[in-house]
Design a protein around this ligand. Structure first.
Ligand code: HEM
Length: 242
């Protein structure tokens, strides 16, 4: 029986990001699904505005948390940095193949940070989160006239004689019809990116959870508790110890 040793894995910022992100995603998905099905649910106009307002308010927390994680990847500890979380770099393909063959043979190489396949998953997840944040922030402007673009969009669509600062959603009498149509055309690719990004994110979030469970069963290491305590328990020296 090999000796178990405890190693520092995830720093406080990474752990806080992870759990704040999860909580925000649960809220965003729940309210997002209600927005998607507003007609079937018989939601009134006021109800729609309320749902979008709640969704976008959680969205700001989500976007700020994500922004902080992206900054942290430049200034954080060794396992929080881009080179530890993104695929690629010198020897990456070799690392993937020895990881996969070790995994297949039942002797997986243990990592303190992400294993090479985990880095691929993290890159895809971060990209999908970024897509939701950017498209969502645009929609907060087009649908609610909220920052960061809301002031500019209100100035674009306000009818002559209407103060853009007083614009409210779902009030066509306050909008210039042609400008409003043009704004809806501008909005279209962002709602498409937000909606398909959402479906893709659901698939990858499920794969992420499945991969954690499979890795935990095959390799151990206490992956879930490591994201709470910051420490992993390994039976041998990690492949990525500095
Ligand atoms: C993980 C992150 C997110 C998920 C899973 C998500 C999911 C969704 C879904 C499913 C919808 C309904 C789409 C539709 O009606 O076609 C939606 C709409 C919306 N989202 Fe998000 N969202 C996320 C992040 C954000 C963020 C960061 C913001 C802005 C701060 C935001 C703002 C909006 C707005 C304003 C709408 C209403 C658009 C509309 O249907 O008219 N979302 N979101």
């Amino acid at each position: 029986m090999s000796d178990l040793k405890t190693y520092a894995a995830w720093d406080r910022s990474v752990r806080a990001f992870h759990w704040i992100n999860l909580l925000c995603m649960i809220g965003l998905i729940a309210v997002g699904v209600a927005i998607l099905n507003d007609k079937a649910l018989g939601v009134s106009t006021e109800g729609k505005i309320l749902l979008k307002s709640v969704h976008a308010s959680i969205g700001y927390v989500f976007a700020l948390n994500l922004l902080w994680r992206l900054v942290w990847a430049f200034i954080g500890g060794p396992r929080a940095r881009w080179r530890a979380i993104l695929p690629g770099g010198r020897g990456y393909l070799g690392e993937v193949s020895s990881y996969v063959s070790g995994f297949g043979a039942g002797r997986p190489r243990q990592y303190l940070g992400h294993n090479p396949l985990g880095r691929l998953a993290v890159a895809v997840l971060l990209l999908l989160l970024l897509n939701q944040a950017v498209s969502g922030l645009v929609l907060a402007g087009t649908d609610l006239f909220w920052p960061p673009l809301g002031g500019w969009i209100a100035g674009w669509v306000a009818a002559a004689g209407i103060d853009p600062a007083t614009l409210v959603p779902y009030a066509p009498e306050m909008y210039d019809e042609a400008a409003y149509e043009a704004m809806r055309a501008f909005r279209k690719p962002f709602i498409t990116a937000h909606e398909y990004g959402f479906y893709t994110l659901l698939v990858f979030a499920a794969l992420h959870i499945l991969a954690v469970v499979v890795t935990e069963v095959r390799e151990g290491g206490g992956l879930v508790s490591a994201m709470i305590t910051g420490r992993k328990v390994l039976s041998g020296p990690p492949a990525d110890q500095d």
